[in-house]
Design a protein around this ligand. Structure first.
Ligand code: FES
Ligand code: FES
Length: 917
């Protein structure tokens, strides 16, 4: 941005009112709106015109505010979402339809989506789906899979009756935090700091591996007018963090040598005006570039540099599960198949880059930032800052998408160190490039697998070996290494099994958690080979899976036996009608016009399973609730809602257990000062684990109330304006709460309960009880392949998911559709290349035009451990997507693609090689 001082204000109409603002020449309209005019409803995801989050109306036409110089809007009219919902009936209608359809999950894309939709609806009040897809094609959403957004815009022409209801378990109510998302008032990580706050920027390594030396930093800071420079010397505690304490290895600031391109070495703090002039090129550092190792193969070479002295061979860790005798079983198998598969780094690409704000509060520091794990953040900061943890408060902001990457620390240590150094509030927001360079990725995998079967179609022996590129630091690599061998069998009965995994360091960004912890990569190798095995046996692929599906009472590959709650057969059989119809459709298309052209259709199926919660480790969640003297019921719910809807689901569970409706519950969201530890939002654990804690808390509070009146268990609790009534049989008892002394938090009744899933650690062969419950899934994908171009178009999905009990079916559908969109991206287009991928035009994610209809089949095989029978869902939703697509591509082309993503160039090359052969 040009830093010259303007000499006259730019005037324009903003949301119907005159605005006059001094903007620097060339200043982005998004900056002017957000920082000078407090229009924080305008979101910024890329600053490059790629994501559309910043969409506003300029004289009624949608434009990207990040690409629009503010001077250009002089004399024009600019409308943002917040203004539109105040005055425009179309925007007001959309606020209702977006909520009724669950079209806003995290909500960071919602202002851009709704603004673009308003422009469309003004021109075309009753648009067709294709017109909506056209109009919204420039706005990216990473959460929803777009289908509910499409439905919400289509419904604006004829709004349905709004969703209502008590929120009882099983009812599809609106999300409780939805209103803020559709009115532009939701506060994300970069929306908290007041304008004028000191800004912090991290200095990062331009090389994957290099030694470095600083020049005179004090002199530089003075000359550049900086408030402060931070380096490892400013760390009062330990310059090391990590999500798994035993493996913590990542410095906040590298000290002498960097291990990946984008690693932090220092940070600068300055006023916003100074920061605009700051150029990192001038930062006094000299680099000695060293040769990196970028692949797992290179990293294992005897001469390879060792990233960590205590991890010879660059091996972070490994995992093993074995049962029976896989070698003997494969030797006696009637048929076997074998294959090698590889997958790429996948970027989370949430629309909200990491951002936050930290502020001194007395002798304490409060950190407001997007996070999936506030208590883990607190643990990490305590260690890094070297101060008493009671002096640290973590307040999660709304999270604009996480999917696993916001489990790791990002902006938090820099912000906290900045406050300690300056004594002043400090803010920072990663640029898109910085977010992509420095945060965790899905592990690339190199997988070898062999499966055998007997002539009667039963799986007989399975061997799996997977090497995972875990990047420079441990992050969640150990979890991936542990989870993969447990899940690599898929949800099938496999009595003779050996699966090994290794997490190997390279000079790449750390690989971490991304929806599934390695299980999607394993499924992308297993399930295509199951198709090949079925083909060799002359069996239908779906029926082959059904006949091998794990049943209640049968052991998993870990020797764990579930006597109930095993829903994979139900998921697979639910696909039968769609499978038959899709096969017929493909046959007819391919035999007809398609046979003479370049288009071929194919259909594929695949299954998946996923253990909910931590693997064989303690995993508790605690939920607290209280009742005030006026009868107000308050739920302290510390499970961070990253868009998936945990705040709504956990409240539904609590309310049902207490015996009230959700609208009678006031929610206090995650804040380490106010909410007990509900654990991290990951591993599909919040509905299951925090849901159970909420259920126990609701029941405990209910018991306290009933006990005071000697009422029966069946009595009905009715909150009223002045207290509670309890209706027991035909009698109504008033409970006068005003006579009871409130506790320190103002509650006259309070309950706090904890739930920790029962698991058992594995033995040396991985035998044990790693999870208290699994969720199950089966997907069907239908595709159309252009043989001339190598492109693949998804035509539709049918997704069957066993969720035990759908606490909120609307949110279940949203998770399924969003997960499938991410699976689609992983399969067909997404590939992060370290050092090359820098933004959302290098890195493509599915747009609204890429997502076909999804038919979600909710299967409810209740789980004895789940709250009201519910199971987790978040990770399960993309596990079968990639292999279902790979199998559909194979069905269409006869080609077995073994490297993800299947880009047009890769598929085209395979088609050509096949034709040449
Ligand atoms: S922030 Fe403007 S398009 Fe992404
Ligand atoms: S709801 Fe669209 S990005 Fe999260």
């Amino acid at each position: 941005m040009n830093s010259k001082t303007p000499n006259s204000p730019v005037t324009f109409r903003l949301n119907g009112r005159e605005a006059a603002v001094m903007a620097a020449p060339g200043e982005r309209l998004s900056v002017t709106l957000r920082e000078r005019l407090e229009a924080r409803d305008v979101k910024v995801g890329c600053d490059a015109g790629d994501c559309g989050a910043c969409t506003v109306l300029l004289d009624g036409r949608p434009v990207c505010a990040c690409l629009m110089p503010t001077q250009r809007v002089a004399g024009h009219a600019v409308d943002t979402l917040a203004g539109l919902v105040r005055t425009d009936p179309l925007a007001q209608t959309l606020t209702q339809t977006f909520q009724d359809h669950g079209a806003a999950q995290c909500g960071i894309c919602t202002p851009g989506m709704m603004v673009a939709a308003v422009a469309l609806l003004r021109d075309t009040p009753r648009p067709q789906a294709a017109e909506v897809q056209d109009a919204l094609g420039g706005v990216l959403c990473r959460c929803t899979g777009y289908r509910k957004i499409l439905d919400a815009v289509l419904a604006a022409g004829h709004p349905p009756a709004p969703l209502t209801g008590s929120g009882a378990v099983g009812s599809a109510i609106r999300r409780l935090d939805g209103a803020a998302k559709v009115t532009g008032t939701e506060v994300f990580g970069d929306d908290v700091a007041p304008p004028g706050t000191l800004e912090l920027r991290v200095i990062r390594s331009p090389h994957p591996r290099a030694r470095f030396q600083f020049g005179d930093l004090a002199q530089y800071a003075r000359a550049a007018g900086l408030e402060a420079v931070l380096t490892a010397d400013d760390i009062g505690g330990t310059n090391c963090f990590g999500v798994i304490p035993d493996f913590a290895d990542q410095p906040v600031f590298a000290e002498t040598e960097t291990r990946f391109q984008g690693e932090a070495i220092a940070a600068v703090i300055a006023t916003p005006d100074r920061m605009r002039q700051f150029d990192p090129v001038d930062f006094p550092v000299t680099w000695t570039v060293l040769d990196p190792v970028m692949t797992v193969e290179a990293a294992q070479d005897a001469t390879a540099p060792q990233l960590h002295a205590n991890r010879p061979g660059n091996l972070l860790c490994g995992g093993l599960v074995q049962c029976g005798d896989a070698d003997a079983a494969l030797a006696r198998a009637d048929v076997t198949v074998t294959g090698q598969f590889s997958t790429s780094f996948v970027e989370h690409a949430y629309i909200e880059p990491e951002a936050g704000y930290a502020v001194p509060e007395g002798d304490r520091i409060a950190v407001y930032a997007c996070t999936q794990a506030p208590v883990m953040d607190l643990d990490g900061l305590e260690h890094i800052l070297g101060i008493d943890r009671r002096r640290i408060r973590i307040v999660p902001t709304a999270v604009g998408g996480g999917f696993g990457s916001k489990l790791d620390l990002s902006v938090q240590p820099y912000l906290a160190l900045g406050v300690l150094k300056t004594g002043k509030p400090v803010r920072m927001a990663y640029s898109r490039h910085e977010s992509m360079q420095s945060t965790t990725k899905r592990h690339p995998a190199e997988i070898s697998i062999t499966i055998g079967a007997t002539r009667d179609g039963k799986i007989c022996g399975l061997q799996f070996a997977g090497d995972f590129n875990t990047g420079a630091y441990a992050s969640w690599g150990p979890t991936v290494a542990t989870r993969v061998p447990i899940h690599a069998s898929g949800p099938y009965l496999v009595r003779d099994y050996r699966a090994q995994s290794r997490a190997i360091h390279t000079h790449s960004p750390p690989s971490g958690a991304f929806r599934g912890f390695g299980v999607p990569q394993a499924a992308a190798a297993l399930e295509p080979l199951l198709d090949d095995l079925a083909t060799k046996l002359g069996l239908d692929p779906l029926e082959f899976r059904i006949s091998n599906a794990l049943q209640a009472g049968e052991p998993t590959v870990c020797g764990q036996v579930f006597s109930q709650g095993v829903g994979i057969t139900a998921c697979l059989t639910a696909l039968r009608p769609a499978w038959a119809a899709a096969k017929a459709d493909c046959a007819s298309f391919n035999a007809g016009q398609g046979a003479h052209g370049f288009l071929r259709r194919g259909v594929g199926v695949a299954a998946g399973w996923y253990g909910c919660g931590n693997t064989s480790l303690p995993n508790p969640s605690t939920i607290k609730a209280g009742i005030r003297a006026n009868g107000q019921i308050v739920l302290h719910q510390g499970a961070v809602d990253i868009g998936q809807g945990s705040s709504t689901v956990i409240t539904q569970i609590f309310a049902q257990a207490l015996g009230v409706s959700v609208d009678q519950v006031v929610l206090v969201g995650a804040d380490t000062d106010l909410t007990p530890d509900a654990g991290k939002t990951s591993a599909s654990r919040q509905t299951f684990v925090s849901g159970n804690a909420a259920r126990r808390t609701g029941l405990a509070l209910r018991q306290q109330i009933l006990a005071q009146l000697n009422a029966a268990d069946t009595a009905r609790i009715v909150p009223g304006p002045t207290g509670l009534s309890v209706i027991d049989a035909a009698q109504t008892h008033a409970l006068d709460l005003t006579r009871q002394p409130p506790n320190g938090e103002g509650y006259v009744l309070q309950a706090m309960e904890t739930y920790d899933p029962p698991t058992q650690p594995p033995d040396e062969n991985g035998q044990g009880a790693p999870y208290a419950q699994f969720g199950y899934a089966a997907h069907l994908a239908m595709v159309e392949v252009d043989l001339a171009l190598g492109t693949v178009r998804a035509l539709g999905f049918t997704a069957a998911h066993d969720v035990g009990q759908a606490i909120n079916p609307l949110l279940v559908e949203g998770q399924v559709q969003g997960g499938i969109a991410q699976g689609l991206g992983m399969t067909l287009m997404e590939e992060f290349v370290p050092g090359r991928t820098a933004n959302l035009h290098d890195y493509l994610i599915p747009t609204i035009g890429d997502m076909p209809p999804v038919d979600t089949l909710i299967i409810e095989e209740p789980d004895a451990h789940g709250p009201f029978g519910a199971k987790g869902l978040g990770e399960h939703v993309l596990i079968p997507t990639a292999p279902a697509l790979l199998n559909a591509i194979h069905h269409a082309t006869g080609l077995r693609m073994t490297r993800l993503p299947v880009t047009p160039s890769r598929l085209h090359a395979a088609i050509k090689a096949h034709a040449d052969a």
